[in-house]
Every structure is written in structure tokens, then in C-alpha cells.
Design a protein around this ligand. Structure first.
Ligand code: GLN
Ligand code: ZN
Length: 770
């Protein structure tokens, strides 16, 4: 029988229930037992829901309270020394994920540990916690999540397929713990494998028939040693266990990476949305009992599946393998897509045509079971569903909502000069130094200040029509006034308006552009408990009118210090949206670049001296395979320049990037040609700074001095250590002082304290070097 399967579900919940419970636990409002109950209820509801949609292999073990890689690390005893004194496992887990700061009490000592490093999960906007290994790492197996969740489901009489993070991906994504020289983390494979075997045996003993072992590292460019590690790992596992193993690769093509392991597993899962051509390549490699899991339904996007096309691919697989050996699946875990379109009342009311083009996780599971039924019992058996799907696909293809001839025209007639600023950096710098008159080591922030409860409540009231537009504007002005006053008092040099009017750096602009729409509940997890609600780009993009000029000009009117306008760059606008899949990304990006260019020019004309165009997503937009990089960097860098090149020399263009490894796209970063770059740095190793020296980075740069994801307040001393390092690699006259990123997720007390310390760092260094 063709099996309808799923690889993972949006664990955060339809209304972000899990996030709310986790945060209630953090703030002491609920106990760990209450958190556990909440979490188990959510799981239970989701398992039932997937079953109702017709999924036969329902995943378990994919639920986490913070991050699945962190779960994996903790369950294997990969606990860096600095967390080992925290004995409560749950507290330790959250300390590793988000840091922990607790004052001393009569009976306990003070606790102050920063979080572990966070990195983007492949090319998604999800961030995982990077495991830290020691060369003589000892592994232990404690309370494996997959076993716990499998048993929980079983007690509810729900049969599930456990999911675990595979050994090679786990080790390969990890890094050497602090204090140890870099070493090959995969050298630990022989040590960790016995524990994986133990885990698989526990799952089998519990009654699991299949286990899904996630090995997304299979889609990376891999050296032979890693390919060999895959082979060794699965050969060893296969020899020692008898549970059915399904190794899942997703987010790209596996090419030859997978060949060595295929003989040692019971099935493989391929992402046929990203790499449909791999079906033909893999079929001949399977023996006559292995299963192929077809990733046919896009787990990364929100558009309905083309069921007829999926069925065609499925039939091809069946022709080669037979029905018994085919699973139908999403391309990757559905945790990357929002929960269900059934909560989208506004789109249903205002744009039902658009709604008919959308499928979120619940709808995707339904699509999977329709495809599986069509393959098992023939397309006739799901005739009505297929007809409705074909009609929706045709309506999208022909809809006037998706095309604006004026925008298309402008995009194909861009003058060559518009892609580049008229003068080089040294001429621009001279003009900017004269105009801005900044001290040595200028201080600034990345844009946002705490989004307080008050701000969120006001916005909610405004959106519900309970607060008039005048009152909301007045409220935002009051906030900006306080934020500007705070920045002046604390002594920052280049101020920002603080972004109180923005719920989100992408959604906010989406509302001001044509071609975008918004969901009410389309949340996906970005890291830990933090969720984002990406807007939907469904049509051609252009400005509705000036987007930020009013608030930026108002904030500048409150201070004599230079104010930095704040925009979200074209690549990030696109990357953090759900993007139409009926136009090349490059064309979507060009349209956004043009819209932003108009805004940058308007800000300059309104007297704003500095303009930051954030591109935190440029690195994550990189194709997973290097062979595809140049083409991507060419158009993405081009679109950034298109958006920023319309200004005079004295206007200082800033850009900002965070949370990834930039070394390998360094030349592209130089090519952005921004006057000032701020970059996440506080938790990175020296490698990041070194490259600025090695490559003689020509422009100015502010490597972040503190982690904004953690509520702990960094001391002057610890930031000074980092900044001392900064000026080892970056010419002093080019070095800026700033946090890692925006402060919107922080509270005011820690923000005030952290920025006061940051300004103090600048004072001390100026005293030493000015
Ligand atoms: N300007 C944005 C902010 O400060 C940048 C956020 C980001 O890089 N993710 O919030
Ligand atoms: Zn950032």
C-alpha cells in the first residue's frame, strides 16, 4: 500500500500554544509539571489531527520545548562544562538555549551563563543551537525525547513513527567546545554510534516499526570523509539493529552523497520539490526491498500542491518500485509551514481567490493523503479533490491579481548607472566625515528598541479599530520621543527612531507595498519560542507611497545628532516572506529593490543623513550547493545596490547582517558597497574578525559587542575584551560600537543597562586611543 506519511508538524501549535506555555514557565507563571501537561496536550491534539487527515506514519519525537538539536545534545550528554552545575535538566536545557542569569539567594549562588551559539538551519529562517563537542567527549543516553514521545502517543493508542536527528548531521553541525582547538567533530562518530544503537533498540522495544532519521547534512557539499561517515554510520547501525530505518534528506539534492549509505538502510526520503530530477537518479540505486519516501508537498511554502504533477511523479516511482515501497510525504518537516488556513478569516473574506491558492500544514497533510489515495486506488477515487485543485491552479495562473504591467516594464528597463553609487568609498567617506562629524568609535544600535506590552497593546487596539489613527500616531510619537531622549541621555552617537511602529521588520513593509498579503495566524518558529509570521508575496511589488519618511523625519526633528533611517533590504523582504513560486526569485527581488530605492531617495530628500538597509537574510538565501552561489549572489547583491545607489556621497548607507557565517560570502559583502556594516559577532569566534583584516575590508564596520537574544546584561569588561579584539583586526578609524542586532525582543531594564555599558566601552577606548 502507498503510505501517506509526515516528517514533522508545526509543534508550536495553531495559536502558538507551546510558545505561550514555555514563556509562562520562564516567567514563573506555571510549573514544570504544568508545562509538561500543556506540551503533551498539544502533541496529542496534533497527532489526532494528522490522523484525521489520513496520515498513516505520524511523526513523534519532533516536538521540542526549544530546539531539536539542543534536545539531541542534551539527551546524549553533550553539555558544555559551563552548564554542568545546573542540575535540573529543564533549567539546564533552557540555560543552554537562552542563557541564565539569577542573583544569589541565601541558599544558592549567583548564576550567570550565556547561551550557546545559534545558527541558521540550512537555508531556512529557523535557528538551531550549535552543539559543542570536546575532543574526548563522553556520550551518555538520558531520557531520549523520541522514546518518551513515542510512548506518550502509544499510551493514547496512536501509533507514530519516531523522528531523530541522525548521527552524522548531529556531529557535522556541531563545533569544538570553547577552549579546545578545532578538531573534526566527526571523529566522535565511533563513540556516539553505540548510543544511537541503544536509542534505536529502545524505540524498537517500545514497539516502533519505522524510525525516521533526519540527515539533512546529505544535501550539503560534502568532502569524501563525511560521505564515508554516512556509510560507516549506517553500516554500523544496520548491523546492530532491526528497526526499519528511513533516512530523510531535505532542502536540496543529495547527489552522490547518499550512495554509500543506501545499501544499509530500509528507505530513503528525498526532497522532490527542490530536486525532482533525483527521482530518476535514485530509483536504480535501490535494492528490491527498500522504500522510497517521495517529498512531493512543499514543506517550506504555502501554495497548494499541483496534485496532478505529484501524482505523475508518484506513478513513476510506483512503476519502478511497486505500491508497497512508496511513501508519500512533504518535502521536509511541516514545522516550517504555518498551521492551517482555516484560521485565515480575513483572507477568506477579503480575498477568497488568494485563499484558494494556499495550503498550510493541515491542508498539506490532506494533500499528502489525497496523493497517496490517488496512487493506491487510482485518480478516480479522489476525482472531486483533483478537480478542485486543478481549478485553483488555473485561477492563480490567469488571475489579474498577480501581474502589474507598469512594474514589469520598469524592471526590464533599469538604467545601468542605477546599479552602482556614483563615487567610490573614499570620496563618500570624506563627504560623510565632514557632514556627520562623528567621534572615534561611533556608537549606534541596530534599529529596534524593546517592543513593550504597551506598544503591542496599542497596536492591537489600533488594528481592531479600538484606537483611532490619530491616537495611535500620537502614541507612536510619544514612544519615539522617549526612545530618542533615552539614546541622547545614554550618549549614543547615531540615533534611530526605535521602530515602535513595526511589529516585524518585513511584515511592516509588506503592508506598505502592493503585491503582499498577510495571514492572521501564519506563524512559524524562528528560534526557541520566537515565531515569525511571514507575509505572502502573491503579486508584483511596488510602493503604495512613502513608507518611513514621516516617522524618521519626526525622530530626526527631536535631536541634533544624526538619525539613521531604517529599511529592510530586498533580499530579506523576500527571504522572510512566503514568496510566489510563479515568478523567478530574481525578478521578485528586483521589484522590491526598485520600491526600496524610491524610499531611500525620499528619505535623503527629507534630510535624513544615514540610512540602514538591513540584509540579515542575505547569507541564508544562499543556495545550499556552492555551484549555485554565484548566480544567486550576482542578483541579490545587485538588488541591494539597486536599492541604495540613488543617494549623494554624503548620505551614509549602513547595512546589517546577523546569525550566520559570513566568511564564505565575504567578497559579496564588500560588493554591497555599504558605507557601514554592522554584524553579529559577540558569540562568534575570531575567524569572523580575522577575515576583515585578511581581506582588507575597505568600508567601516561594527562587529556586535553583545548578544541580544539573551536577557543577561553584558559587563563593560566583557565587551571591552571583544572590542579589543575588534580593533586588532579592523582599522580604528573604521570601527563602530554596537550590539549584535536589534533590541526589540528585550525588556527596557536590561537594554538600558547594556547600552550604558556599551557607551562606557566607547568612552574608555576613546580615552585610550583618541
Ligand atoms: N533593524 C532591525 C532591528 O533592529 C534589524 C533586525 C535583524 O537584523 N534581524 O530590529
Ligand atoms: Zn540582526
Amino acid at each position: 500500500m502507498v503510505v501517506a506519511t509526515n516528517l514533522g508538524f508545526p509543534y508550536v501549535g495553531a495559536k502558538r500554544e507551546l510558545k505561550k506555555s514555555v514563556e509562562a514557565y520562564w516567567s514563573g507563571k506555571i510549573s514544570s509539571d504544568e508545562l509538561k501537561t500543556a506540551y503533551q496536550n498539544i502533541q496529542k491534539n496534533h497527532w489526532i489531527l494528522q490522523k484525521e487527515q489520513g496520515i498513516k506514519h505520524i511523526p513523534s519525537g519532533d516536538y521540542t520545548l526549544y530546539d531539536r538539536v539542543l534536545d539531541t545534545a542534551q539527551q546524549f550528554g553533550v553539555i558544555p562544562t559551563r552548564y554542568q552545575h545546573i542540575h535540573d535538566p529543564l533549567q539546564q536545557f533552557f540555560a543552554m538555549g537562552r542563557g541564565l542569569q539569577k542573583p544569589a539567594t541565601a541558599t544558592t549562588e549567583k548564576v550567570d551563563v550565556p547561551a550557546q551559539e545559534m545558527k541558521k538551519w540550512f537555508d531556512t529562517n529557523y535557528h538551531f543551537i550549535v552543539p559543542e563537542f570536546e575532543p574526548n567527549q563522553q556520550f551518555t543516553l538520558q531520557n531520549p525525547r523520541a522514546v518518551e514521545q513515542y510512548n506518550t502517543a502509544k499510551a493514547l493508542k496512536i501509533e507514530t513513527r519516531p523522528v531523530i536527528v541522525g548521527p552524522v548531521t548531529f556531529l557535522h553541525l556541531g563545533k569544538a567546545a570553547k577552549g579546545f582547538d578545532n578538531f573534526d567533530t566527526l571523529s566522535l562518530l565511533p563513540k556516539v554510534l553505540p548510543l544511537y544503537i541503544d536509542l534505536l533498540k529502545q524505540l524498537e522495544a517500545a514497539g516502533a516499526e519505522w524510525v525516521q532519521i533526519d540527515e539533512p547534512a546529505l544535501v550539503l557539499d560534502l568532502p569524501d570523509s563525511v560521505k564515508a561517515a554516512f556509510e560507516e554510520a549506517y553500516k554500523t547501525i544496520n548491523a546492530a539493529t532491526s528497526i526499519n530505518t528511513l533516512v530523510a534528506a531535505y532542502f536540496g539534492r543529495v547527489e552522490a552523497n547518499i550512495s554509500g549509505l543506501i545499501p544499509h538502510v530500509n528507505g530513503v526520503h528525498l526532497d522532490l520539490v527542490r530536486a525532482p530530477e533525483e527521482l530518476d537518479a535514485i530509483l536504480p540505486q535501490l535494492n528490491n526491498s527498500q522504500v522510497l519516501s517521495l517529498g512531493l508537498v512543499d514543506g517550506r511554502n504555502i501554495w497548494i500542491n499541483n496534485l496532478a504533477k505529484s501524482i505523475e511523479l508518484g506513478q513513476k516511482a510506483i512503476a519502478a518500485l511497486g505500491k508497497e515501497r512508496v511513501f508519500v510525504a512533504p518535502s521536509c518537516s511541516l514545522a516550517h509551514s504555518p498551521f492551517s488556513t482555516s484560521f485565515e478569516k480575513k483572507i477568506a473574506e477579503k480575498n477568497p481567490e488568494l485563499l484558494s491558492w494556499l495550503a498550510f500544514a493541515v491542508e498539506k497533510t490532506k494533500e499528502i493523503s489525497i496523493i497517496a489515495s490517488a496512487l493506491e486506488n487510482g485518480p478516480e477515487s479522489v476525482k472531486e479533490a483533483l478537480a478542485a485543485n486543478a481549478a485553483a491552479i488555473e485561477s492563480r495562473r490567469t488571475s489579474a491579481q498577480t501581474t502589474n504591467p507598469a512594474v514589469r516594464d520598469r524592471a526590464i528597463n533599469i538604467p545601468v548607472a542605477d546599479w552602482k553609487r556614483p563615487a567610490g568609498f573614499s570620496a563618500r567617506r570624506e563627504a560623510q566625515v565632514k557632514k556627520l562629524n562623528l567621534p572615534l568609535f561611533p556608537t549606534t544600535t541596530i534599529g529596534s528598541f524593546p517592543q513593550t506590552k504597551e506598544i503591542r497593546v496599542a497596536r492591537q487596539k489600533f488594528n481592531k479599530g479600538e484606537l483611532s489613527s490619530e491616537d495611535y500616531d500620537a502614541f507612536i510619537k510619544k514612544e519615539m520621543k522617549e526612545m530618542v531622549a533615552f539614546q541622547e541621555n545614554v550618549g549614543l552617537d547615531v540615533l534611530v527612531h526605535g521602530e515602535p511602529e513595526r511589529n516585524d521588520m518585513v511584515e511592516h513593509f509588506g503592508h506598505l507595498l502592493h503585491g503582499y498579503d498577510f495571514t492572521e495566524n501564519g506563524w512559524v518558529v524562528s528560534y526557541g519560542s520566537r515565531c515569525v509570521k511571514p507575509p505572502v508575496i502573491f503579486g508584483d511589488v511596488s510602493r503604495r507611497g512613502p513608507m518611513t519618511v514621516d516617522e524618521t523625519v519626526y525622530a530626526q526633528s527631536l535631536t541634533k545628532k544624526p538619525l539613521k533611517g531604517m529599511l529592510t533590504g530586498p533580499v530579506t523582504m523576500m527571504k522572510w516572506s512566503f514568496v510566489r513560486d510563479d515568478l523567478p526569485l530574481k525578478d521578485v527581488c528586483t521589484q522590491i529593490g526598485l520600491a526600496l530605492r524610491d524610499e531611500v531617495v525620499d528619505l535623503e530628500a527629507a534630510g535624513i543623513p544615514c540610512i540602514q538597509v538591513d540584509e540579515p537574510a542575505i547569507r541564508e538565501g544562499l543556495p545550499i550547493r556552492r555551484a549555485d552561489w554565484d548566480a544567486y549572489l550576482d542578483w541579490s547583491v545587485g538588488c541591494f545596490r539597486l536599492s541604495t545607489a540613488g543617494v549623494r556621497n554624503e548620505t551614509q548607507i549602513h547595512t546589517h547582517m546577523c546569525y550566520s557565517d559570513f566568511n564564505d560570502i565575504f567578497d559579496a559583502i564588500v560588493d554591497l558597497d555599504a558605507d557601514v556594516l554592522s554584524i553579529e559577532n559577540s558569540k562568534s569566534d575570531e575567524k569572523l574578525l580575522k577575515i576583515f583584516a585578511v581581506k582588507k575590508y575597505p568600508q567601516e564596520v561594527g562587529p556586535g559587542l553583545f548578544d541580544i537574544h539573551s536577557p543577561r546584561v553584558p559587563s563593560v569588561e566583557e565587551m571591552s575584551v571583544i572590542f579589543d579584539n575588534v580593533i586588532k583586526y579592523i582599522p580604528k578609524e573604521h570601527a563602530w560600537i554596537n550590539p549584535d542586532c536589534g533590541l526589540k525582543t528585550r525588556g527596557w531594564p536590561e537594554t538600558e543597562a547594556a547600552l550604558a555599558n556599551l557607551v562606557e566601552v566607547a568612552r574608555q577606548f576613546r580615552a585610550k586611543y583618541a
